[in-house]
Design a binder for this molecule. Sequence first.
Ligand SMILES: C[S@@+](CC[C@H](N)C(=O)[O-])C[C@H]1O[C@@H](n2cnc3c(N)ncnc32)[C@H](O)[C@@H]1O
Length: 459
Amino acid sequence: MQMARLALLRRSSSGREGSSTEDLVQWVRQQGGQVLPAVHLQRQNARGDLGLVATEAVQSGESLIALPPHIPLSLPIDEPALAALAQRVPEKLWAMKLGLKLLAERAKKHSFWWPYIHKLPERFRMPVFFSGDEIQQLQYPPIIHQVKKRCEFLLQFAAEDIPNIIRDRGNDKHPFGGQQVDASALGWAMAAVSSRAFCVKQSGESGCPSLLPLVDMCNHSFTPTARLVQHHTSSAQLLPFLEVVAQQDLERGDALVLDYGPLSNDILLLDYGFVIPNNPHDRVELRFELQLLEAACFAAGLHAPSSFTEPAPWQHALLVQLKLQGPDASQMVTLGGKDQVDCRLLAAVRLLYAEDGSKIRSIGVEMLQSWDAPTALLGLANECKVLRTLVGLCMLATAPFPTSISEDQDLLNQDEISENIRLATEFRTNKKQLLINTISSLQLRLQSLTMQELVSAPR
Ligand SMILES: C[S@@+](CC[C@H](N)C(=O)[O-])C[C@H]1O[C@@H](n2cnc3c(N)ncnc32)[C@H](O)[C@@H]1O
């Protein structure tokens, strides 16, 4: 299917570029919120991105922003037509449910949240707004698949679900005040929510995504300078409900940055429209298949044992236990990260090389998944083959990327490339770097094992 581009939404009503950055701060204060005088909203770059900074020194633990309970924009949806629409949104696309409420508020003449909505970005950089060619430039099938699915959902929701619900309920109950909502408007709302909502606990219930005006002007860092604290209070008390607190002493000019969570570059790109170089939470996904492991053996210059095509019954039983085969299998495994490879993948390659089932069963499936598994029981030579096969797998995983890191770097050094191509190139180059780093780590392990093997070999 040819991917349709979701045309960028242009709204003359966005006040981001024209008005003062202090409007939002003032509105939060008028609503009973507290904003430390040292906290300011500033433009970050020519694109008009905003962020919060400290304009004076602040002590660790000081309250920077406090929001009363009526300021967050969150679910549930009371309006029946809107609630009926939200029910048709798959749970995975939770941001679209709250996005519908955001769109409805944006369409209202006197929405309580207008000073906030007015300050939201006019456009977002998520790949659902890329052209078909730009999406292909991501070069990584799992993310291309996700982007296509989101585009298809937005196009179908705009073309079928919204008109159907509106027709059934009559125009006087139009959830968007009679305004037409197309795929790009839906994409805008989904992107606004996915990139800005925080999970907030509501009286005894589990977390609920909420838009937190002003708080959502904090950018992300894995080494945050501020943290979000939730207080349990009733709305009648107007006590601080959510607070942003300084995580450390801040100097004048320091950015207030929150940690959005342990997010991979896939999620950061899809939901937030940016990626982090050397992201410790990033991984490369692949599907566990014996044929792939066999190919990895060949790539590593090894002869694949027959178990790679036909595992012994005890090996099959352990693969089922690892949920890599059998009816409950979930075959998605990962490369990269702190442990270098998915622990289930490590265990699978180990048990496929093992000849003695009873030895392996004595180690247990838990231990097989750990780098601390006793090499003596697995056999040094076997463990070397395991590592070489995993290196081969990383090499195979680089195959779908048609460009090299140095070609990507050349592209990134050109000033005239578009923002979307820059982002797609940064994304794919980080994936390749992750695979190269994983190969290096595995090779280091292999070197130290080879040394042990040489030392322990009979002379
Ligand atoms: C919660 S908002 C933060 C405020 C936002 N900068 C703005 O102008 O409204 C999240 C968005 O900020 C940007 N952002 C946040 N942290 C970032 C980072 N570390 N690098 C690049 N962009 C970031 C991304 O566009 C992201 O979708």
